[in-house]
Ligand binder design. Structure first.
Ligand SMILES: C[S@@+](CC[C@H](N)C(=O)[O-])C[C@H]1O[C@@H](n2cnc3c(N)ncnc32)[C@H](O)[C@@H]1O
Length: 264
């Protein structure tokens, strides 16, 4: 018996997107996941759930082609067939194509999947299965970057998930407009957004970061980067297992191993 087409896994949700909205996570992917892509026999990347217009998939391809390898192939997958048809004029094969698909990745085996502002509209209880469905289909050494951001991409956060499960959480902010790191709580990934309550590690983290930011107020005259650098450095000194080096912190990022923030 011939196998029929695979049914896309997931549901159609709001398609809100914006040009340049995902620049922070894209820059982090170039810096942090570039090696996975360079080492891959087939540099295939999926942008899962690109939304009402394909603009962020177009940008992802451009950033990876310039920053990592020119022969990268980005496939934008959308569960909404109307959005797949609407994206067709933006295709530029073989480097950028669009197709219908969901968490099952339409039978592809990419080395990297970016899924942004997709799980936000699902239930928290659906996150683990969605992560697993995606990571089960990755190429060896592959990873999923799943996260959330605001409309303009000034506040965001994401989880790196691989075949072994969630590995890191990154918080990222546009420092020039950041009032307080507590604002990041509204843009946590689905796995954590309902966990910003006393007794949960991510709540302790946001509080500690906010306190460190207040304590570093004296550095504000030197600019928000200096203030953020001080605040992240203070977190590290206080025992938080902060990852990456200060050149990443300077971008307004903070990355920690998943166990430091995992739901209790
Ligand atoms: C809010 S938009 C996000 C657009 C873009 N990624 C961004 O961050 O700007 C979410 C999109 O994900 C799509 N979506 C939801 N679940 C999906 C799934 N399981 N597989 C593929 N697309 C999905 C929705 O149809 C919607 O177009």
């Amino acid at each position: 018996m011939k196998a029929g087409p695979v049914r896309p896994q997931g549901v159609v949700t709001r398609g809100t997107t914006n040009p340049n909205r995902l620049r922070r996570v894209d820059n982090w992917i170039v810096a942090t996941c570039g090696d996975r892509l360079r080492a891959a026999a087939d540099p295939l990347v999926v942008d899962l759930g690109y939304g009402a217009t394909p603009v962020t998939a177009v940008e992802l391809r451009a950033r990876l082609a310039t920053g990592v390898r020119a022969d990268v192939r980005v496939v934008g997958l959308e569960i909404d067939p109307v959005r797949v048809a609407a994206a067709a004029p933006a295709a530029d094969p073989p480097g950028l194509t669009f197709a219908r698909g969901g968490f099952e990745l339409a039978g592809l085996r990419p080395v990297l999947v970016r899924a942004f502002n997709v799980l936000r509209q699902y239930d928290e209880s659906e996150v683990a299965a969605a992560w697993r469905t995606v990571t089960d289909r990755l190429a060896p050494g592959g990873a999923l970057v799943e996260g959330t951001c605001d409309e303009l991409g000034r506040l965001g956060s994401w989880v790196l998930v691989d075949a072994t499960g969630p590995r890191t959480l990154t918080l990222a902010a546009r420092l020039a407009t950041l009032e307080t790191p507590a604002q990041l709580a509204e843009r946590l990934p689905k796995a954590l957004i309902h966990r910003n309550v006393p007794g949960e590690r991510v709540h302790d983290l946001i509080r500690a970061l906010d306190d460190a930011w207040q304590a570093a107020a004296g550095y504000a005259p030197f600019g928000p980067r200096q203030r953020w650098l001080r605040a992240v450095g203070a977190l590290k000194q206080a025992g938080w297992p902060v990852l990456d080096r200060p050149h990443r912190w300077r971008q307004g990022e903070l990355t920690l191993p998943w166990p430091a923030v995992a739901p209790t």
